[in-house]
Design a protein around this ligand. Sequence first.
Ligand SMILES: Nc1ncnc2c1ncn2[C@@H]1O[C@H](COP(=O)(O)OP(=O)(O)OP(=O)(O)O)[C@@H](O)[C@H]1O
Length: 225
Amino acid sequence: MEIKDFTYTLPDKRQLYDHLNAHFEDDKVNILLGPNGVGKTTLLDFISTVKPRDLSSFEGFPAFKQIAYQIQGVPFIYEATVYNTIKMVMDIQTPNNRFTKADLPDVLQKVADVKYGKLSGGQRQLVIIDAFSRLNRQLYLFDEPESGLDPRMAQVVMQRIQQLNSEGKKIILTSHQFQNINNDHYHLLFLKDGKIRFEGSPSEFLKREGTSDLVQAYIKTDEDQ
Ligand SMILES: Nc1ncnc2c1ncn2[C@@H]1O[C@H](COP(=O)(O)OP(=O)(O)OP(=O)(O)O)[C@@H](O)[C@H]1O
């Protein structure tokens, strides 16, 4: 999946992308990094075609029907239990499935009968990610999937996303978290000032900035420009 020479100006005339080029790896979890407001979410909107995109700049992305896009704070029905919420998604995907509470991950089994509206923000995030991960699509877009999660739950979510990728699913996500980017199964893309300023593995990112700390590498890359 590639974006080639993509330029986009916001309605208020600010240029968001300036001849942007980006390459996404199919067999890695692609992570869009970059400061607040640089256009990471908007890029997911273009990739998903929620925002109509310039076909000549976007190559190799699946069609809309083959994309699952988890936007931030997606609302589910507050009165439905956790089990019923995820079962509803399963029923859309696979009618007549035999999905039971035992099929939920441990962290959600504990709250299987709790209504979605009674969950904490982090617990809702876990339900959202789990539900979207059960859709059978070619490409999954996650917008800050770890937001609001404690470190252990953030790790659970990133492991689930890595598992999806190992099952052959393509992944692009945005993130401001670094604690789980701990191996080269990730492909990092650092967006700033309308262009991708770094693209490569976490170890290449660290090497380029001469540090062993991803946060430091991030700050140095941000300051470099
Ligand atoms: N509905 C909108 N109308 C006008 N401008 C918008 C709208 N949504 C976003 N923008 C602008 O587009 C720019 C990019 O926003 P976007 O949400 O893509 O950034 P981001 O990199 O995902 O930020 P963050 O890390 O804070 O989530 C922002 O500067 C914002 O002002």
